[in-house]
Design a protein around this ligand. Structure first.
Ligand SMILES: [Fe+2]
Length: 224
Protein backbone atom coordinates (compact mmCIF):
# COMPACT_ATOMS: atom_id res chain seq x y z
CA UNK A 1 0.00 0.00 0.00
CA UNK A 2 1.17 3.53 -0.67
CA UNK A 3 0.57 5.08 2.76
CA UNK A 4 2.98 8.01 2.82
CA UNK A 5 2.58 11.78 2.60
CA UNK A 6 1.49 11.47 -1.04
CA UNK A 7 -1.40 9.29 0.06
CA UNK A 8 -2.43 11.84 2.71
CA UNK A 9 -2.33 14.58 0.10
CA UNK A 10 -4.48 12.51 -2.28
CA UNK A 11 -7.01 11.95 0.48
CA UNK A 12 -7.16 15.69 1.22
CA UNK A 13 -7.67 16.53 -2.45
CA UNK A 14 -10.39 13.90 -2.76
CA UNK A 15 -12.12 15.20 0.37
CA UNK A 16 -12.03 18.75 -0.99
CA UNK A 17 -13.50 17.60 -4.29
CA UNK A 18 -16.33 15.79 -2.49
CA UNK A 19 -17.11 18.89 -0.45
CA UNK A 20 -17.13 21.05 -3.59
CA UNK A 21 -19.32 18.49 -5.36
CA UNK A 22 -21.64 18.51 -2.37
CA UNK A 23 -21.95 22.28 -2.38
CA UNK A 24 -22.60 22.26 -6.13
CA UNK A 25 -25.42 19.76 -5.69
CA UNK A 26 -27.16 21.71 -2.96
CA UNK A 27 -25.08 20.68 0.01
CA UNK A 28 -25.86 16.98 0.02
CA UNK A 29 -23.28 14.36 -0.83
CA UNK A 30 -25.06 11.21 -1.99
CA UNK A 31 -22.87 8.14 -1.76
CA UNK A 32 -22.61 5.85 -4.77
CA UNK A 33 -23.28 2.13 -4.44
CA UNK A 34 -26.21 0.58 -2.63
CA UNK A 35 -27.97 3.87 -1.87
CA UNK A 36 -27.75 4.97 -5.49
CA UNK A 37 -28.96 1.56 -6.67
CA UNK A 38 -31.94 1.68 -4.31
CA UNK A 39 -32.97 4.99 -5.81
CA UNK A 40 -32.77 4.02 -9.47
CA UNK A 41 -35.97 5.14 -11.22
CA UNK A 42 -38.68 2.48 -11.25
CA UNK A 43 -39.22 1.13 -14.78
CA UNK A 44 -42.43 2.29 -16.45
CA UNK A 45 -45.06 -0.12 -17.74
CA UNK A 46 -48.19 0.43 -19.86
CA UNK A 47 -51.41 1.25 -17.99
CA UNK A 48 -53.36 -1.48 -19.77
CA UNK A 49 -57.07 -1.37 -20.64
CA UNK A 50 -58.62 -2.15 -17.25
CA UNK A 51 -58.25 0.97 -15.09
CA UNK A 52 -61.64 1.07 -13.36
CA UNK A 53 -64.45 3.02 -15.04
CA UNK A 54 -66.32 3.45 -11.76
CA UNK A 55 -64.47 3.77 -8.47
CA UNK A 56 -66.25 2.67 -5.33
CA UNK A 57 -64.58 1.51 -2.13
CA UNK A 58 -60.87 2.32 -2.23
CA UNK A 59 -59.34 1.50 1.15
CA UNK A 60 -56.22 -0.60 1.70
CA UNK A 61 -58.02 -3.91 2.32
CA UNK A 62 -58.98 -5.34 -1.07
CA UNK A 63 -60.07 -8.65 0.46
CA UNK A 64 -63.37 -7.28 1.74
CA UNK A 65 -66.16 -5.13 0.36
CA UNK A 66 -68.62 -3.36 2.67
CA UNK A 67 -71.94 -5.13 2.72
CA UNK A 68 -70.75 -8.13 0.69
CA UNK A 69 -70.26 -10.19 3.82
CA UNK A 70 -67.42 -12.49 2.76
CA UNK A 71 -63.72 -12.55 2.05
CA UNK A 72 -62.23 -12.49 -1.45
CA UNK A 73 -61.20 -15.82 -2.99
CA UNK A 74 -57.49 -16.45 -3.14
CA UNK A 75 -54.24 -16.31 -1.20
CA UNK A 76 -54.13 -13.22 1.01
CA UNK A 77 -50.92 -11.19 0.87
CA UNK A 78 -49.60 -7.95 2.34
CA UNK A 79 -47.74 -5.43 0.18
CA UNK A 80 -45.73 -2.66 1.82
CA UNK A 81 -43.24 -0.23 0.39
CA UNK A 82 -41.88 3.29 0.20
CA UNK A 83 -42.19 5.92 -2.46
CA UNK A 84 -39.03 7.91 -3.11
CA UNK A 85 -38.25 10.89 -5.29
CA UNK A 86 -35.39 13.19 -6.18
CA UNK A 87 -32.29 12.61 -4.06
CA UNK A 88 -33.75 9.41 -2.57
CA UNK A 89 -36.06 11.47 -0.39
CA UNK A 90 -39.40 9.96 0.69
CA UNK A 91 -42.52 11.42 -0.91
CA UNK A 92 -45.14 11.92 1.81
CA UNK A 93 -48.56 12.62 0.34
CA UNK A 94 -47.85 10.71 -2.86
CA UNK A 95 -51.16 9.35 -4.21
CA UNK A 96 -50.91 5.65 -5.00
CA UNK A 97 -53.64 4.03 -7.08
CA UNK A 98 -53.57 0.28 -7.70
CA UNK A 99 -55.86 -2.18 -9.45
CA UNK A 100 -55.72 -5.85 -10.33
CA UNK A 101 -57.57 -8.92 -11.55
CA UNK A 102 -59.25 -11.21 -9.04
CA UNK A 103 -58.17 -14.72 -8.10
CA UNK A 104 -59.63 -16.02 -11.36
CA UNK A 105 -57.80 -13.54 -13.60
CA UNK A 106 -60.90 -11.39 -14.19
CA UNK A 107 -61.17 -7.61 -13.88
CA UNK A 108 -64.35 -5.94 -12.70
CA UNK A 109 -64.41 -3.86 -15.90
CA UNK A 110 -66.86 -3.84 -18.82
CA UNK A 111 -63.95 -4.29 -21.24
CA UNK A 112 -62.91 -7.60 -19.68
CA UNK A 113 -65.00 -10.11 -21.66
CA UNK A 114 -63.58 -13.30 -20.17
CA UNK A 115 -67.04 -14.35 -19.07
CA UNK A 116 -65.96 -17.89 -18.31
CA UNK A 117 -63.89 -16.41 -15.47
CA UNK A 118 -66.14 -15.38 -12.58
CA UNK A 119 -66.33 -12.00 -10.87
CA UNK A 120 -65.85 -12.08 -7.11
CA UNK A 121 -68.36 -9.90 -5.20
CA UNK A 122 -66.04 -9.89 -2.17
CA UNK A 123 -63.04 -8.53 -4.06
CA UNK A 124 -62.46 -4.75 -4.13
CA UNK A 125 -60.11 -4.74 -7.13
CA UNK A 126 -58.87 -1.15 -6.61
CA UNK A 127 -57.35 1.01 -3.89
CA UNK A 128 -56.31 4.62 -3.52
CA UNK A 129 -53.67 5.20 -0.85
CA UNK A 130 -51.66 8.19 0.34
CA UNK A 131 -48.02 7.70 1.37
CA UNK A 132 -47.35 8.65 5.01
CA UNK A 133 -44.67 11.01 6.35
CA UNK A 134 -41.96 8.44 5.56
CA UNK A 135 -43.28 7.81 2.05
CA UNK A 136 -44.57 4.43 3.23
CA UNK A 137 -47.74 2.62 2.16
CA UNK A 138 -49.42 -0.71 2.87
CA UNK A 139 -52.31 -2.75 1.53
CA UNK A 140 -53.73 -6.25 1.84
CA UNK A 141 -55.01 -8.11 -1.20
CA UNK A 142 -55.02 -11.53 -2.85
CA UNK A 143 -52.64 -12.95 -5.45
CA UNK A 144 -54.26 -12.10 -8.81
CA UNK A 145 -54.82 -14.83 -11.36
CA UNK A 146 -52.99 -15.03 -14.67
CA UNK A 147 -55.13 -14.27 -17.73
CA UNK A 148 -54.76 -14.45 -21.51
CA UNK A 149 -53.94 -11.14 -23.22
CA UNK A 150 -54.22 -12.94 -26.55
CA UNK A 151 -54.35 -16.48 -27.90
CA UNK A 152 -50.58 -16.73 -27.64
CA UNK A 153 -49.81 -14.59 -24.64
CA UNK A 154 -50.67 -15.35 -21.00
CA UNK A 155 -50.14 -12.44 -18.67
CA UNK A 156 -48.45 -13.42 -15.38
CA UNK A 157 -50.06 -12.35 -12.10
CA UNK A 158 -49.46 -8.62 -11.66
CA UNK A 159 -50.76 -5.50 -9.92
CA UNK A 160 -51.09 -2.17 -11.75
CA UNK A 161 -49.88 1.05 -10.07
CA UNK A 162 -50.32 4.73 -10.89
CA UNK A 163 -48.52 7.31 -8.71
CA UNK A 164 -48.70 11.09 -8.50
CA UNK A 165 -46.57 13.35 -6.29
CA UNK A 166 -45.91 17.09 -6.31
CA UNK A 167 -42.75 18.07 -8.17
CA UNK A 168 -42.38 14.66 -9.81
CA UNK A 169 -43.41 12.99 -13.05
CA UNK A 170 -46.38 10.61 -12.66
CA UNK A 171 -45.39 6.95 -12.70
CA UNK A 172 -47.43 4.10 -14.18
CA UNK A 173 -46.05 0.63 -13.69
CA UNK A 174 -46.85 -3.00 -12.80
CA UNK A 175 -45.67 -5.21 -9.95
CA UNK A 176 -44.93 -8.90 -10.59
CA UNK A 177 -44.40 -11.96 -8.38
CA UNK A 178 -40.79 -13.13 -8.28
CA UNK A 179 -40.33 -16.70 -9.45
CA UNK A 180 -43.58 -16.96 -11.43
CA UNK A 181 -42.66 -18.90 -14.60
CA UNK A 182 -44.96 -16.72 -16.77
CA UNK A 183 -42.74 -13.71 -16.04
CA UNK A 184 -40.12 -15.04 -18.44
CA UNK A 185 -42.46 -14.98 -21.45
CA UNK A 186 -44.41 -11.81 -20.66
CA UNK A 187 -44.21 -9.25 -23.47
CA UNK A 188 -44.58 -6.24 -21.16
CA UNK A 189 -41.97 -7.35 -18.64
CA UNK A 190 -39.71 -8.08 -21.63
CA UNK A 191 -39.73 -4.33 -22.37
CA UNK A 192 -37.74 -3.77 -19.17
CA UNK A 193 -33.96 -4.24 -19.48
CA UNK A 194 -33.03 -7.60 -17.88
CA UNK A 195 -30.90 -5.97 -15.21
CA UNK A 196 -33.85 -3.79 -14.10
CA UNK A 197 -36.62 -6.42 -13.98
CA UNK A 198 -35.90 -7.28 -10.34
CA UNK A 199 -37.16 -3.78 -9.48
CA UNK A 200 -40.67 -4.92 -10.53
CA UNK A 201 -40.53 -8.53 -9.24
CA UNK A 202 -41.43 -8.86 -5.57
CA UNK A 203 -40.60 -11.91 -3.43
CA UNK A 204 -43.23 -12.77 -0.83
CA UNK A 205 -40.77 -14.52 1.44
CA UNK A 206 -41.71 -12.91 4.75
CA UNK A 207 -44.72 -13.49 7.01
CA UNK A 208 -46.72 -10.91 8.95
CA UNK A 209 -47.67 -11.41 12.60
CA UNK A 210 -50.93 -12.84 11.22
CA UNK A 211 -48.92 -15.33 9.15
CA UNK A 212 -49.77 -13.65 5.84
CA UNK A 213 -47.08 -13.74 3.10
CA UNK A 214 -45.59 -10.27 2.79
CA UNK A 215 -43.49 -8.48 0.19
CA UNK A 216 -41.96 -5.03 -0.29
CA UNK A 217 -42.33 -2.92 -3.40
CA UNK A 218 -40.42 0.39 -3.32
CA UNK A 219 -40.87 2.85 -6.15
CA UNK A 220 -38.81 5.86 -7.20
CA UNK A 221 -40.28 8.71 -9.24
CA UNK A 222 -38.38 11.08 -11.51
CA UNK A 223 -38.27 14.75 -10.55
CA UNK A 224 -39.93 17.13 -12.96
FE1 LIG B 1 -53.48 -6.31 -16.06
Amino acid sequence: MNAGPDSDRSTRILSRRLVLAGLASGGTIVAAGPVGAACALTPRQPEGPFYPVAIGEADGDLTRVSGAGGRADGTVIEVTGRVLGAGCRPLPGCVIELWQANRHGRYDHPGDRQHTRPLDPNFQGYARLVADKDGAYRFVTIVPGAYPASRYWMRPPHIHFRLRAAGHRPLTTQMYFAGNPLNDSDRLLAQVPPDRRAALEVAFDRRTADNIPAGSFDMTLAAG
